[in-house]
Every structure is written in C-alpha cells, then in structure tokens.
Design a protein around this ligand. Sequence first.
Ligand code: SF4
Length: 312
Amino acid sequence: MLYEKLENINSRTNLPLNGPGNYRVIGNLVYTRAIEINAVRQCNLSCRSCSHSSPVSTCKEYDPIVMEKDLSTMSHFLHCEFIRLLGGEPLLHSNLLEVLMAIKRSKITDKICLVTNGILLDKLSDEMLQYIDKIEISIYPLNKSVLQAIKNNALRLSEKGIKVRLLEYSDFRESITQQSINNSGLIQLVYDTCQVAHTLRCITIDNNRVYRCPQSMIYSENNNDFSDSIEIDKLSSIDELLMFLENNNYLHSCSSCLGSVGKKFNHEQVSKDKWIESLPVTIEDGIDMECAKSLVKKLEYKNDCMTRYNLN
Ligand code: SF4
C-alpha cells in the first residue's frame, strides 16, 4: 500500500514536504513543496518523449485572470513552497508579467521558480525578475552557440541575485505511449513506481482543475475524460483534497504513461510531425522492467538522465 490513511490530522504537522509519505497538514491547509503551472503548452524545442507532449500541443496560454481565480480558491486548501512555472516554454507566454503578478496575489505560494530551456532568457525584464526567486534551466544538447548564449544569460541573471540552477540533460526516459493498454497489473506497477505523482508530487493546476501530474492533464484533454482531476470550484474540504492526492488506485492516464520507468535513450530533437511515431506504441514496448522492479522495493529515485549545477 502506497499511502496509509492517517486518521489523526494533527499527527501530520511535521511530515516532509515531498517524498512518498502522506502530505503535511497544518490547521486547515495541506502543504507541499511545489505546484506546477503550465503557462503555455507549446515549446520552441521538440524533445523526443517530452513528458508534457509540448511538440504536438496546440498553442494555448493560461489566462492570468483565470489563473489568479484558480490559485486564490486553492489557497484556502493548499499551500506550497514553490510554484514551478513551466510549460511548454513559459517564456512564450504573451503576458508573463501578469502571470507572475497573478501568482503572487493568490498567496498560494512562498516563492516562484521559472523552469525554462533558457533559449528566450533575454525576454525576462527587471520588472519580471522582481517576482522570480529561482530559475531552473534545462540544458539540452543543442548547438554550441545556443548553449553559450544560454550559459552567458544564466550567469548574468545569477549576478543579479536570482538563484539559478542548470540541469544538463544527456538522456531522457520514454514518458508516454501512442496507445493505452488494459493490463491492470502493469498499469498499477507504473503508477506505484511513479515518482512524479508520489515523490516529486507534481500537482498541476489548470483551468479550474487539479491534477496529480501534468501527464494526466494532457491525457484528460486529449480524451475529453476529466475523471483524473477534481474541480477547484467544487472542492469543499481538505479531506476531499487528501483523498484525491493520496489515492492508491491508478489513474486512467497511467494506461498510456511510463511514469518514471520508461526505457532510457540519448536525448534528441525530433521533427514535430514525427514526434508521435517516435513514442513507444504501448507500455509493454517502452518500460524498463529492471528500473521498475528496483523502484517497487524502494520508492526513492535519483534522476540518472541529467546533472545539476547551482550557479550561486
Ligand atoms: S499518468 Fe500515472 S504514471 Fe504517468 S505521471 Fe501521472 S500518475 Fe504517474
């Protein structure tokens, strides 16, 4: 069993903010390390097996007015240390300043972390930087001059006092599949070993809905089936929220997802029109069974596809 039902809510006050255990609760609020917001869905790169399916997403922005309403309502139930503002490539949002201000005004978070591929860092104005506490730059194997420009910008931002972290990716793991399967044992295995839902806790908020992971948001929209999410304006208690977050049953979206146990490959860009056919057809084709077996015993994961550097 992944989660135990803790009857006594008062015994949760000192629980860690992430990891595979129950969520921390203090007073009437659930606490977590981070909540993810997809500022836009589209991206200026096309990474093979992008876990957010950005290369084939339609161009779409999260309206800052709707975002503020969603986050303000959720702030009565949930609080996080960081909002991770990502996408797609968040710097493609046409009004990023208003997005940052909306997040701050909602009071759901202590800090904002911008997660970007770094190519458009020049778009960050000093006014925007006032709202950003940390920038996480995913560095992919691109051409040398692009990489040098990203690193120069990263250095410039760190010298302005923004905390900058570089994540250098050499590899990726397969993340989603072309088709769903019905093999409930295999789907449960993917879910039980999923670091995204259980350890990293990538709770995603989008247009009046809360999802346990970004993959379920994308699956729900593609299949017009929103049963993997809860509606923000219908949420009435933290018990309801905890029941949703600490559910031991796999999601519909897990039937076409590889969670944290996809096969590993050298990171590469693929053309957008070939992106879907580059995915494994089903979980059976894409799963790294050794990795899955090792995670069943110990829900503890070190990302072995990248190296982290803090610039300051
Ligand atoms: S869809 Fe399932 S397996 Fe995939 S990230 Fe979400 S919870 Fe994990």
